[in-house]
Design a protein around this ligand. Sequence first.
Ligand code: PMP
Length: 398
Amino acid sequence: MFEHVDAYPGDPILTLNENFQKDPRQEKINLSIGIYFDDDGRLPVMKAVREAEAAMLADLGPKPYLPMAGFAPYRDAVQALVFGDDCATRTEGRIATVQTLGGSGALKIGADFLKRYFPQAQVWVSDPTWENHRFIFERAGFTVNTYPYYDDATGGLKFDAMLSAIDALAPRSIVVLHACCHNPTGVDLNDAQWEQLIAVLQKRELLPFVDMAYQGFGSNLDEDAFAVRELARRNAPMLVANSFSKNFSLYGERCGGLSVLCESAEQAQRVVGQLTSAVRSNYSNPPTHGAKIVTKVLTTPALNQMWRDELAAMCRRIADMRVAIHDRLSRHIGGEALSRYVKQRGMFTYTGLDAGQVDRLREAHGVYILRSGRMCVAGLNARNVGPVADAISKVLVK
Ligand code: PMP
C-alpha cells in the first residue's frame, strides 16, 4: 500500500541537532539550532513563567476545549504586544487575531487563508530566508520566489536591489518580511529603509506578511516591532505572524499568534471567521497551557515587568557574546569581515564560512553551525566563546 512513499530526508537544522546529540565528544559545542541558552549553556525557564505556572498549578481546574480562535485574553494580549497598547487600528477593532501553534502555525494558517482568497498571487521571500518559509507556502499551494536581500561581499543588506525587485512585483503579490533579527543572516532594515519599503509596498498594492519570531532580541520589544507598527500607522493591509517560542523560552508549548490588519471592524470579523475555519480544518482548536502562561505574564503588571527585564538581559547577553567573539577572532584575523559579528542582530550571524569550512569546524573541533555558515550566537557563553573563535580561525587559516 505504501510502496510509493519516499523517505523524508529530514529537516537540515533538526537533523544536525540530532547528530550533535549523538556526538560522543565532551567538548562539542552546538551553535546550530535557533535556541537561546543562558551563560551556563542551559535552556532557561524564565522566572516570570515559573511564577505564572506556579499560580496556575495552585488553581487547577477542568480542561475544556479552547474556542477555535483561541483564548480570548491571549488574543488581546498578543495584539497589545505586537501592535502596541495605544494602536488606533486595535481600538477600532480592525485587527483580526487568532491564537496559533507557534510562529510556524501562524504562517501555515495565514498561508491557507491567503491561498483561499488570493489564489492567483505568488509569494516572495528574502534570499536567503528561514527554510521553512518556502516549505510552508509551497505546501499551501503557492509558487515561492525570492527577492535580493543578503550581500555576501559585505555581510550587509542589498537594500537597493531588494527595493527595486519589490517595486516590480504584480499587485497583490505576497511579500514575506522578517520584522527583526533576520533568520538566517542577522541583517535587518533600519527604520529609514523600512519607511522606503513600506511606501513601495503601498504604491504597488502588495500584501506584506511580516514574520516576527524574535521580538525583543534585536533592540527591545517596541523598536523590534517598528515595521509592524509603521505599517499599521499607515493603514497598510498586512498579516503578522508572532511567536513566543524564543522571547518566553516556551518552545515546546507552541505559543504564537496570527493577526490580519483590515480596513474595518466588520471586515476584521469576517477575516477572523475565515482564519477560524482554517484552524478548524487543520487541528480544530489550539492548546491551553502555554496560552494561559503567556496571558498571565502579559496581563499581570509585576510579572510583565519581570519578563521584560529578563528578556532585556537575554538580549544584552547576546550583544555581549557578539563583542566577545569579535574581539577574540580579531586576535587571529583582521579586516572588515569581522564587523558582521557586531553589526548583525538577534540570535544569528552569517559567519561567511563555506560548507567545507563548516564541515571542518564540526569534524576537527566539534563546533556545530549550519552548512550555510549560520551560527546561533545565542548558544555562545563565557566558557565556549574562546574555543569557538579559535576553532573558526583555524579553519579559516587552514
Ligand atoms: N519564523 C522564523 C524566521 C523563525 O526563525 C522561526 C523559528 N525558528 C519561526 C518562524 C517559527 O517559530 P515557532 O518555533 O514558534 O514555530
